[in-house]
Design a protein around this ligand. Structure first.
Ligand code: HPA
Length: 275
């Protein structure tokens, strides 16, 4: 059964009651990016299991809790652990986090993820500010009855990744030791990594990084007019670029190596965001 507007409001009401403030910025932490949660001051944690209508996080290295608190003087709510289509959820179920953020009164969302580099000029450890995405797989998170309280039936995607936030993220990159690009995220549903031919095709079509998340949340954010920043961390070269097969261990190891610099970078963006 699809959730109603009241269901999303009830989830938000539970969270608001537990954290006792209205967060300004929501952050979704991707695979291996969990250490950012340590930057949250005066943290209040809520287990996803305790939030009405919430989903469970089953992916490895996703903690499954909501952490609210302060980062660089801004009130934030952070999802440590996100939901993916490959876990068995339908696209329609993946609207949940962003809709709950919207009901909470959040003014902007930052989506982070670990991705494979398709662009041959990128290397593991680099970051990509998402300019746009390509999703060729059927299904949409906002398929089915339209909840007009969130947005219209048909809506624009050309500004889904808010231009001003992209500019800010690229500006913050000048103060970071990370190499930061701007590019196009190519969505694959997973959980299998891609074939070499799929990655070659994605490159021809204009993809710079391949990943299994973020796009359902980005579509939901565009639907409800939520300002959005998407950041991808390259944790491997995508399939077929190197001789070696892609392994989960490699992906985790690169994620751990850059977690500190990435957390600094995201904190700097949060500090300079005007919400
Ligand atoms: N492809 C898709 N998703 C990923 C990858 C990849 O190569 N690396 C990390 N997440």
């Amino acid at each position: 059964m699809a959730l109603t507007y009241t269901d999303y409001q009830n989830s938000a009401a539970y969270i608001r009651e537990h954290i006792g403030f209205t967060p300004e910025i929501a952050i979704v932490l991707g695979s291996c990016l969990g250490p950012f949660a340590e930057r949250i001051e005066q943290p209040v944690e809520i287990d996803y299991r305790d939030i009405p209508n919430f989903l469970r996080s089953t992916a490895p290295s996703h903690a499954g809790k909501l952490i609210a608190g302060t980062v660089c003087g801004k009130r934030v709510v952070c999802m440590s652990g996100r939901f993916h289509y490959y876990e068995g959820y339908s696209f329609e179920q993946l609207v949940l986090p962003v809709r709950v953020f919207q009901c909470l009164g959040v003014k902007a969302t930052i989506l982070t993820n670990a991705a494979g580099a398709i662009n041959l000029a990128y290397k593991p450890g680099d970051v990509m500010v998402i300019a746009d995405h390509i999703k060729l797989y059927g299904g949409s998170p906002v398929r089915g009855e339209n909840l007009a309280e969130f947005g219209p039936r048909f809506f624009d995607m050309t500004r889904a990744y808010t231009p001003e936030l992209r500019t800010l993220a690229l500006d913050c990159a000048k103060r970071s030791p990370l190499t930061v690009h701007e590019g196009v995220y190519f969505y694959f549903p997973g959980p299998q990594f891609e074939t070499a031919s799929e990655i070659r095709a994605a490159r021809i079509l204009g993809g710079d990084a391949a990943g299994m998340s973020t796009v359902p949340e980005a579509i939901t954010a565009a639907h409800c007019g939520m300002p959005l920043l998407g950041l991808s961390v390259m944790v491997n070269m995508a399939a077929g670029i190197l001789e070696t097969p892609i392994s989960e261990e490699e992906v985790d190891a690169v994620g751990r190596t850059i977690a500190g610099d990435f957390s600094d970078y995201v904190s700097d963006i949060i500090e300079r965001m005007q919400v």
